[in-house]
Ligand binder design. Structure first.
Ligand SMILES: C[S@@+](CC[C@H](N)C(=O)[O-])C[C@H]1O[C@@H](n2cnc3c(N)ncnc32)[C@H](O)[C@@H]1O
Length: 237
């Protein structure tokens, strides 16, 4: 699980339902910081004893709590070995509290409509990994910088469902539709096209940095100008 998440010394790994602490201790052996959460006090005592015996007590902590009540904002990696129904109940908390780019790895159980970004079958088990997407949904006031120095204004409305992005844009008084929209961590990409092809399709790529978008775009039609233009935006709502 830790290999799939790519855990290293910069990570803060939360194991939700940590049992005897083995995942948290394995993360600490890689130099990461670890936090284990379990509702069962006896498991927490076992985990603390195991940490002491391994000499890793300073890199890890164990909390007796329900993981639904624990603030996950510090975590860069979350590991789960729970039940399918619990994974589904945790979905909104993971998507809301974890920062873009944080990784979630689940032993055996998936997240139903939230497709994994990567899977690994090992010892007859499937491990699933998700990368938390940036919060891109909303209305963005954007510009496209033309090579002649002129800027075109564009209003972009984005909707997100897990890693899939849909929406539309208003450019030059025309409504364009968004296809092939995808967000991975803070990297957003999509194509805008006009249903009657009155404008060439345009492919956009950008980074989402808080309430700003910054990237490049280019015409995506055969025979169109191959130039790349800078574009960006700020959140309106
Ligand atoms: C299958 S064990 C996983 C142990 C460890 N993560 C591992 O992979 O070896 C699941 C653990 O989740 C804990 N658990 C179940 N529901 C919980 C909840 N709501 N809050 C905290 N812990 C919970 C159980 O007490 C149990 O120790």
């Amino acid at each position: 699980m830790l290999d799939l998440a790519g855990v290293n010394e910069k990570d803060v790994v939360y194991d939700l339902g940590c049992g005897d602490g083995r995942i948290v201790l394995a993360a600490a052996r890689r130099g990461a910081r670890g936090v284990g959460v379990d509702i069962d006090l006896q498991r927490i005592h076992e985990a603390q004893d195991n940490a002491r015996r391994a000499g890793l007590g300073r890199r890890v902590s164990f909390l007796r709590a329900s993981f639904f009540d624990v603030d996950l904002r510090r975590a860069t990696v979350v590991t789960l070995y729970l039940l399918p129904g619990i994974n589904i109940k945790l979905r909104p908390k993971l998507l809301f509290e974890l920062r873009p780019g944080a990784r979630v790895v689940s032993n055996n159980f998936d997240m139903k409509e939230w497709p994994a970004d990567e899977q690994l079958v090992i010892y007859h088990r499937t491990l699933h990994k998700w990368i938390i997407p940036a919060w891109v949904q909303g209305v963005w006031s954007c510009y496209i910088a033309r090579p002649n120095g002129r800027r075109r204004h564009m209003v972009l409305e984005l909707h997100r469902r897990f890693q899939q992005v849909s929406g539309s844009a208003q450019l030059n008084g025309r409504r364009l539709y968004l296809v092939e929209g995808r967000i991975e961590a803070d990297r957003l990409s999509f194509t805008l096209w006009h249903p009657q092809h009155l404008l060439p399709a345009i492919r956009f790529r950008c980074a989402v940095v808080g309430d700003q978008l910054r990237g490049t775009c280019h015409a995506d039609s055969p025979g169109a100008d191959a130039a790349t233009w800078a574009w960006g935006g700020v959140r309106r709502s």
